[in-house]
Design a protein around this ligand. Structure first.
Ligand SMILES: Nc1ncnc2c1ncn2[C@@H]1O[C@H](COP(=O)(O)OP(=O)(O)OP(=O)(O)O)[C@@H](O)[C@H]1O
Ligand SMILES: [Mg+2]
Length: 251
């Protein structure tokens, strides 16, 4: 039976490291086991909701709207969750097209925690696609504290490494349990020394390969679909291994 204890995952890492793609691929993996998954898109700067997934035409929920209530009820959370058009087990909550962090009044950390706790009650699993920049993203910061596991994506580029080093002191507080973060190397290209990056990040537990077909899925809003070919299957088995590790499941 599925453990209820490992239910929420926060996906975090440098800008462009593959957070949104990885969050959606893990959601699709969990959905194979007929588990309801809620994906939370924290980014208010370039909201992923209108760009990376297909939703029902009538969908009009917003994370910003839900967070701006003085008290968030289960009904409010559910009203702002948007069902996937492609997968009946996956739903999303994020900022809508044209919205940004200033569309709504600011919210406090307590509200962010309330939201995450409610989503835990609503869905079997919650995956939080965090914003890279935490300074003004209360929900991402709360997710890093509240989630049962944090996937820390470590891309094979110098900008990603620079981000990693600059953020280490900012999340040094024990509440972030940085030593428990599960590091994943992303986007290694054949011409790069993946091993050197692995060492520079202090070792990684998993490596997600770069696949052109994933870029194609991203631009066609089709990331919940399975991948084909040998490389696609290899990528999916890595996603499956990560999913088992982070949710402590037999998935
Ligand atoms: N394994 C992969 N293979 C090929 N392309 C990938 C892979 N993972 C992500 N990408 C591509 O890299 C780009 C960045 O991915 P994604 O949007 O998931 O990153 P992110 O960390 O969420 O970015 P942001 O910081 O802007 O939110 C996208 O164009 C995506 O299609
Ligand atoms: Mg993203």
């Amino acid at each position: 039976m599925q453990s209820k204890q490992k239910q929420m995952l926060a996906v975090w890492g440098s800008p462009g490291s593959g957070k949104t793609v990885t969050a959606l691929k893990i959601a699709a993996e969990l959905a194979k086991g007929k588990k309801n998954v809620a994906v939370v898109f924290c980014d208010a700067v370039a909201p992923p909701l209108p760009t990376v997934i297909r939703t029902k035409k009538s969908a009009d929920g917003s994370l910003g709207a839900a967070l701006s209530f003085p008290v968030i009820s289960q009904e409010i959370a559910m009203k702002n969750l948007i069902a996937s058009e492609q997968n009946p087990y996956v739903s999303f909550i994020g900022y809508a097209a044209g919205e940004n962090a200033y569309t709504y009044a600011g919210y406090i950390k307590e509200r962010a925690v309330d939201m995450l706790v409610l989503l835990r009650h609503i869905a079997d699993h919650v995956i939080v696609d965090c914003s890279s920049v935490l300074n003004d993203n209360v929900l991402s910061t709360a997710a890093l504290e509240v989630a049962d596991n944090v996937l820390r994506l470590c891309p094979c580029d110098l900008k990603g490494l620079s981000y990693y080093m600059s953020y280490l002191p900012l999340i040094g507080d024990r509440k972030f349990k940085t030593d428990k973060h599960i590091r994943v190397l992303t986007n290694p290209h054949p011409y790069q020394g993946g091993r050197e990056y692995e060492n520079a990040y202090g070792g990684v537990s998993f490596c997600l390969p770069y696949l052109p077909s994933i870029e194609e899925q991203a631009v066609t809003q089709n990331l919940l679909a399975p991948l084909s070919g040998k490389e696609g299957k290899a990528y999916e088995s890595m996603i499956s291994a990560i999913t088992r590790e982070v949710f402590d499941s037999d998935q």
